[in-house]
Ligand binder design. Sequence first.
Ligand SMILES: *Cc1c(COP(=O)(O)O)cnc(C)c1O
Length: 413
Amino acid sequence: MSSAEPTQHAALDHFPVVDDCLQVGGEPLTRLAERAGGTPFYLYDRALLDARVAELRSSLPADISLHYAVKANPMPALVAHLASRVDGMDLASEQEMRLALDAGVPAHRLSFAGPGKRPAELRAAVAAGVTIILESLGELERVGAIAEALGWRARVGVRVNPDFELKASGMKMGGGPRVFGIDAESVPAALARIGELDLEFRGLHIYTGSQNLSADAIINAQHRIVALALELAEHAPTPPAFLNIGGGFGIPYFAGETPLSLAPIGEALTQRVQEVHDRLGPTEIIVELGRYLVGEAGLYVAGVVDRKISRDHPFLVADGGLHHHLAASGNFGQVIRKNYPVVVGNRFRGNERETVTVTGPLCTPLDLIADRVSMARAEPGDLIAVYQSGAYGLTASPTGFLSHPPPGEMLVG
Ligand SMILES: *Cc1c(COP(=O)(O)O)cnc(C)c1O
């Protein structure tokens, strides 16, 4: 038997606590709940978004470009806020493209990736002048035909499915047979075809996975990505304007996880930048991040509707849950369910504490917010706050399931 302390979540100190109430953007959570017109709702903090961008800028080499992967959180005000703070955005649908263009990101700073882009999406992207990241040889031919029919030169990049995997990654998206990207061994032929079709070749995109908390694993992947990109770039019709080397930077969600160290990644990248500039000249190197930029800046807040004791175990039933925040319920690809960091936002420490299970209102045992967590004792009307909720929250959730109303969203501070 271990005598160690029970495993804890990483320090939750990015939202201050005043009079035992969480503060977001300088306002108490209770007041924000009134401003939201009631629970449940998502809250995102502008200052935390800015702090995260600043941290990345100071840790990574100055000539690394920072892109935002819009699918992590497409709230229009948040996308508009980030538009002037990052160097570009990566899109995964036509709707995300419109959002980013409306937010003022210039088309040449946008790239549109993702498998199965429909012909109408490709036409819209060609018309907008957005770089289409080709995911297959078939898509390459479709873009060639569309560009010819429309009479505009299409900007394209090639997503490469590398012949290696990112170790210790939460979600693997490269190596082996994949729906994402063109297999590395077929990329030289694809690049030649881009030249034949007279498409405007912009660059290579190599993305190997997501939610990685190991700096060593990320450094190793970036090393191999750059080596592969330099090799493939020799087959390009023109030197690549950019190399998108992916991201995969993770944030700590669960007990025992520790934050990623940026400093060693920054140091290693300095060498990669040098290698690329020595071989290719002024090629832009892009790191694309979703979750790392926005995940920690967000809270999901649900109100307690009922408190009940079942066979001695206390339950809190909240007005939000799985249908708004699938990931926190443990049903967004997790193999083993673990609790997100959760507190009673208006009784941060509380006078009395208890071990309690917090559920949502849906008629399914999957609708869990937190199972057997230690929290301040809460009553109906209190506010349950789920940390690490700024990425893959609302738009990664089945809001139609059981037909409850959707949550609000506010960007504050
Ligand atoms: C989803 C995705 C991202 C963002 O991943 P995060 O884990 O949120 O940083 C970046 N690039 C591509 C190609 C993606 O599919």
